[in-house]
Design a protein. Structure first.
Length: 218
């Protein structure tokens, strides 16, 4: 994927890798903030595909944060398995693969409004996932308790739950420039529960704006 002046990852081509290699010693050399950033996307895999994996992250939060060997191997392997399962079922990003975009619609707006500097990608995704969960609850698709679980796990993994330096008007404008926007309709990936998501392009503007407003602050 290539970045463009109009936004991140706007130009892309499809090539599947021959193999995926992960070196835990490399990961252990990363600063804590980078580890938390990766955990943003790892939490996403639990929300979109695997409730047990989400529960595992809740129950093993300390081991996960400390990168204890067993927890680190499990969380990385499971994330890769889920991504591979989703991508191999849908190589050209037509349907199922869109679920990988969970949390990213709001995240891209946050990244853009903060100059791609204040928050790194996983931090913006973490905030965006709570935003998407909030929209899902406002539409009656999930319970408030599910939103609370998402927010609690994000916070537990030392990720931000709100974004500073954004306005609702700017964020709302930005979501229409996202590459996932089709015919002027924003395709939201929303929750039907922990471990299950679906795409919807009929979210009313006031609900999006309310969810965005709830994500702005310290
Ligand atoms: Zn991402």
């Amino acid at each position: 994927a290539v970045n463009h002046a109009l936004g991140k990852n706007l130009i892309g081509a499809f090539y599947q890798p021959k193999g995926v290699f992960m070196d835990l010693s490399m990961m252990e050399s990363l600063p804590k903030r980078e580890i938390a950033t990766g955990l943003g996307e790892i939490i996403k895999y639990g929300i979109i595909y695997d409730a047990d994996f989400f529960a595992y992250l809740e129950q093993h939060a300390d081991a996960v944060l400390a990168l204890e060997r067993e927890a680190a191997v499990h969380m990385i392997a499971r994330s890769c398995e889920i991504k591979a399962a989703v991508v191999s079922e849908d190589e050209k990003e037509s349907g199922l693969r869109r679920i990988l975009n969970f949390g990213h619609t709001m995240a891209h707006a946050i990244e853009k409004e903060t100059g791609y500097i204040r928050y790194n990608h996983g931090e913006a995704v973490a905030i965006g996932m709570i935003g998407a969960a909030d929209i899902s609850a406002r539409l009656g698709m999930i319970q408030e308790a599910d939103v609370a679980r998402v927010e609690a796990l994000v916070a537990r993994m030392q990720l931000p739950t709100k974004a500073e330096g954004c306005t609702v008007d700017a964020m709302y404008r930005d979501i229409f420039h996202d590459k996932k926007t089709i015919n002027g309709k924003v395709n939201w990936v929303l929750m039907q529960g922990i471990g299950k998501v679906t795409c919807r392009n009929d979210v009313p503007e006031d609900i999006v704006r309310e969810a965005m407003a709830a994500r702005i602050g310290k």
